[in-house]
Write a protein that binds this ligand. Structure first.
Ligand code: ZN
Length: 288
C-alpha cells in the first residue's frame, strides 16, 4: 500500500490530507502543549462516511469537516475516542450539520452519544467496518478503532500520539490500565499495521511504536521508584525534577500527573505509600 508522503509530516491545521486510501485527515486549529499541532479529525469511507474525533467546538473546523464529507457522500456516524475537551465537544455540532449519529463509550460532561459503543462492537457504515477496542488509561472511556481490513489501521485517539508521549492524569487516567491497554493492542491478531493518531502524523510501524511506548513508560516507572528510594520522602514535584531531566521545564507541570499516576500504581502494588494519595500535592514514601 502506498501512502501520501504528507501523511507522515506534521499536520497543518485546515489542510485536508489523504493519509491512507479512503482516510482523510483534517486537523483542527487548536495547537497547544497538550494537543501538538492540533486535534486530527478523520473521515473514513467512500460514499457513506464515518468521522472520528470532531475536536473542539470550532465552527470553521466543523464546517470544513462537513463540507469535505458532503463532497464525497454522506456522513453517517461521528465516533468519539474519549471525552476530553479537544476531542468530543464538536460532536453535536457536526451531527447537526450532517444528520450523522454520535457514537461513543458513555455520556460525559463534554458530549452525549446517541448510541453507546463498547469493547468489541463493530461499527459498520456502508463498506466501512471499524472495531472498537476499549483502551482505558489516558481516559477511562477511551476507545481505539481498528479497521477489519488487511490494512489494519488503528485510530488511536490519545492512547498513542505522533511526536510525543501521552499524559496519564488521575483519577480518570490510570497507569496500570494504560500499560494493560498497550499490551492488549500488541496482542491483536492479525497485528495492527499502522497507527493513525489523534495528534501528529501517521505512524507506519505500529508494533515498534507500541513497544517503544511500553518501554518508555516502564523506564519512567523504574526511574520514579529509584528517585523515591533515594529521597525516602518526596513530593510529586521533587520526583519530576529528579526524573524528567530530559524534558523541557515548561512540560514539568504536565509531567506531574504521570508521576502521580505511577505513584498510585506503586501504592496498589504495595511499593509506595502516602497519607493523601488522592492529592497531587501529597508526599510519598517507599514501602519496605
Ligand atoms: Zn487529545
Amino acid at each position: 500500500m502506498s501512502l501520501a508522503p504528507r501523511a507522515f509530516e506534521v499536520p497543518v491545521p485546515g489542510e485536508l490530507v489523504e493519509v491512507a486510501p479512503r482516510v482523510l485527515r483534517l486537523t483542527a486549529p487548536n495547537p497547544s502543549i497538550m494537543t501538538g499541532p492540533g486535534t486530527n479529525t478523520y473521515l473514513v469511507g467512500e460514499h457513506d462516511l464515518v468521522a472520528i474525533d470532531p475536536g473542539p467546538v470550532d465552527e470553521g473546523h466543523l464546517d470544513a469537516v462537513a463540507a469535505a464529507a458532503a463532497e464525497r457522500g454522506r456522513l453517517r456516524a461521528v465516533l468519539v475516542t474519549h471525552h476530553h475537551a479537544d476531542h468530543a465537544p464538536g460532536a453535536r455540532g457536526l451531527a447537526e450539520r450532517t444528520g450523522a449519529e454520535v457514537l461513543g463509550y458513555e455520556e460525559r460532561e463534554t458530549y452525549s452519544p446517541d448510541r453507546l459503543v463498547r469493547e468489541g462492537d463493530l461499527v459498520e457504515v456502508g463498506d466501512v467496518a471499524l472495531r472498537a477496542v476499549h483502551t482505558p488509561g489516558h481516559a477511562s472511556d477511551h476507545l481505539c478503532f481498528l479497521t477489519e481490513t488487511p490494512d489494519r489501521l488503528l485510530f488511536s485517539g490519545d492512547h498513542v500520539m505522533g511526536g510525543s508521549t501521552v499524559v496519564i492524569a488521575p483519577p480518570d487516567g490510570d497507569m496500570a490500565a494504560y500499560l494493560d491497554s498497550l499490551d492488549r493492542l500488541l496482542g491483536e491478531r492479525p497485528p495492527i499495521e499502522r497507527i493513525v493518531p489523534g495528534h501528529g502524523p501517521l505512524m507506519p510501524d505500529a508494533r515498534a511504536v507500541l513497544i517503544g511506548y511500553r518501554a518508555h513508560r516502564l523506564a519512567r516507572e523504574a526511574a520514579v521508584l529509584a528517585a523515591l528510594a533515594r529521597r525516602n520522602r518526596a513530593s510529586v514535584e521533587e520526583l519530576v525534577a529528579d526524573v524528567y531531566t530530559d524534558v523541557p521545564e515548561a512540560l514539568h507541570p504536565v509531567a506531574r500527573y504521570s508521576v502521580w499516576a505511577h505513584l498510585l500504581k506503586f501504592r496498589d502494588e504495595g511499593l509506595a505509600t502516602s497519607a493523601a494519595p488522592d492529592r497531587l500535592e501529597a508526599t510519598w514514601e517507599p514501602v519496605g
